[in-house]
Design a binder for this molecule. Structure first.
Ligand SMILES: [Zn+2]
Length: 151
């Protein structure tokens, strides 16, 4: 399989998985997880306002039962949320890399910026904004002045 074919196949798999997650599906997933999540949380924090358990004995029973009950729906939706978060970050990275290959921008800039070790300012590492001994020009010159005064 050619590299380009493999990349296209991978993109199609991502597209297919993402296309299924419409706004409506997301709302439904979160709604389903929400009703179970209450039972899941009662283990540590006591029953949340999912119906009021005014009878303390009943509340204790419910709490004990729900603490033991596994909540696969809640866990699954939590994992979906985490994966999406990861994919969002990966998408930004992907975008960055594609832009770099196509235009030569962004990435090159990222590679040459440094932080001044004294003031933490981002130094562009260009002739106008140079890095000297790990410092921005202002910090470098201030340090040099301080040194000449010491002598
Ligand atoms: Zn500085």
């Amino acid at each position: 399989m050619k590299n380009s074919d493999r990349m296209i196949r991978d993109r199609k798999m991502v597209e297919k998985a993402i296309a299924r997650l419409t706004d409506g599906v997301m709302l439904d997933l979160v709604r389903r997880a929400g009703t179970r999540a209450v039972a899941d949380a009662t283990g540590q924090r006591g029953p949340r306002s999912k119906g009021s358990y005014s009878d303390p004995t009943a509340a204790a029973v419910i709490r004990r039962e729900s603490a033991a009950v596994a909540d696969p729906i809640f866990d699954a939706v939590r994992d979906i949320s985490r994966l999406l978060d990861e994919m969002a970050r990966m998408s930004m990275k992907l975008d960055d890399l594609v832009r770099f290959v196509q235009t030569g921008k962004e990435r090159a800039r990222e590679a040459t910026t440094e932080r001044c070790k004294s003031c933490d300012r981002i130094v562009e590492c260009t002739p106008a904004d140079r890095l000297r001994s790990g410092q921005c020009m202002a910090c470098y010159q201030a340090q040099r002045r301080a040194k000449t005064q010491e002598k």
